[in-house]
Design a protein around this ligand. Structure first.
Ligand code: UTP
Length: 404
């Protein structure tokens, strides 16, 4: 077994790791070999692959002005679906929040000023508004990483699920993939551990399958899943109006979008790719398209996604075996090496491999792009300071009447 793993590592240009392992006592060698066997090393071959994009055209969403006259009709439809138990919510909380530089799960970040108000609490408060109005629960599935699962679960328990019902809350961990340094070499996080990182937010449905969550979904006959990011403190979850609009449209999925604040804003762009709804990450949109303007001066690619999607379970099942593209993200990753010992870098130093939830939209036959007011629904906490930081999110929470 050892020889086979060594050969594979050599084939993948990982000679330094082979040298390191060979220099260890046999028991420790076996330990690392066993871990390597369980890892998906095929990502190392995918390392150099580039995602080929199709022809990109703008996609016109259903706008705020168009939604307004239908709001109460959509709302009723959405609330009916919730009351019939057809709607579940999936909180994506497996990220590492490396830009924020907060060493705990991001949801444990205290956004309060004069009182404690955790990000998880903000989200649950928003969800509670809906479940109270519907007088029915929305099963909540919380995706964590392997690293932050216990801490996240304990945090919810210690805070009595922030008033949400424990029996309607499930936790599951996402899978891991190896990380690589800037020379494409595997890294160690400990003397006896290959460095791995969560495999991106696109793996959520496959991870739900592997962890048995799809059985819960089948048993409870959930038909729609609202997937959302942990780090938008104004995130509206299981928004009845959004759910109603998607159901009324007859489409397979929906994505909330906002008008971009500026052409360079770092949000995925909702567009048509070869004629089908798709989302292109901000760094993949060519500059000329990013700045393209309509005759009236508005941006041609004017709508960004806020990581709030609604998927039809039946359609998700059809796409379970499809491999999503792998994206390489340059991140701040702690590591260990023999010369320096443990290193905790201040700046991005290595790559993790991620699949992205936004790529799941392309796998759906149809997607309703649904505009929301960014001042009411989009306050991301991404960075330590400046744009999209805790400070900007606090200002927006206050503007929306939340006491900090
Ligand atoms: P981001 O893309 O902002 O990544 O996540 P991040 O890891 O949280 O933060 P940075 O980039 O290191 O600063 C967007 C959403 O996707 C979730 C995050 O928790 C957040 O809700 N996510 C991200 C996962 O659930 N798993 C992942 O592997 C990555």
């Amino acid at each position: 077994m050892k020889q086979r793993v060594y050969e594979m590592l050599m084939m993948l240009n990982q000679a330094p790791l082979v040298r390191y392992i060979s220099g260890l006592p046999p028991k420790e060698q076996d330990h690392l070999i066993k871990q390597l066997e369980s890892l998906d090393l095929s990502v190392l071959e995918a390392n150099e692959q580039e995602t080929k994009r199709g022809k990109i055209d703008p996609l016109q969403p259903v706008t705020l002005a168009e939604i307004e006259p239908k709001r109460s009709e959509y709302r009723k439809l959405g609330l009916k679906a919730i009351r019939e138990g057809k709607v579940g919510a999936v909180l994506l909380a497996g990220g590492q929040g490396s830009r924020l530089g907060f060493d705990k799960p991001k949801g444990m970040f205290n956004i309060g000023e004069e009182r404690e108000l955790y990000i998880f609490e903000c989200l649950i408060n928003n969800l509670l508004e809906v479940t109270r109005e519907a007088d029915a629960p929305v099963p909540l599935f919380v995706m964590t990483s392997v690293q932050n699962q216990i801490e996240t679960q304990n945090f919810f328990r210690d805070h009595h699920f922030f008033g949400y019902s424990e029996e309607n809350t499930w936790f599951f961990a996402q899978e891991e993939l190896p990380t690589i340094d800037q020379n494409g070499k595997l890294m160690l996080s400990d003397p006896l551990k290959i460095s791995t990182a969560p495999n991106g937010n696109g793996g959520w449905y496959a991870s739900m399958e592997r962890s048995g969550m799809l059985k819960v979904i089948r048993d409870s006959q959930i038909e729609w899943l609202n997937v959302f990011a942990v780090d938008n403190v104004l995130q509206r979850i299981a928004d009845p109006c959004f759910i109603g609009a998607v159901i009324a449209s007859g489409m397979d999925s929906g994505s909330k979008v906002v008008k971009k604040a500026n052409p360079e804003e770092k949000v995925g762009m909702m567009c048509l790719e070869d004629g089908s709804p798709s989302i292109v990450e901000y760094y993949e949109l060519p500059e000329e398209l990013q700045n393209l303007r309509n005759p009236d001066g508005t941006l041609t690619f004017n709508y960004g996604v806020i990581l709030n999607y609604l998927f039809r379970v039946e359609c998700l099942n059809r796409t379970l075996r499809v491999k999503l593209p792998l994206h390489k993200a340059f991140k701040r990753i702690k590591y260990f090496n023999k010369k320096q010992g443990y290193v905790n870098p201040d700046d991005p130093n290595a790559y993790k491999f991620e699949t992205l939830a936004l790529d799941m939209v392309r796998l759906q036959k149809s997607c309703l792009a649904y505009e929301v007011d960014r001042n009411k629904e989009f306050a991301p906490v991404k960075n330590k300071s400046g744009a999209d930081s805790a400070d900007t999110a606090r200002t927006m929470l206050k503007a929306n009447g939340v006491k900090l």
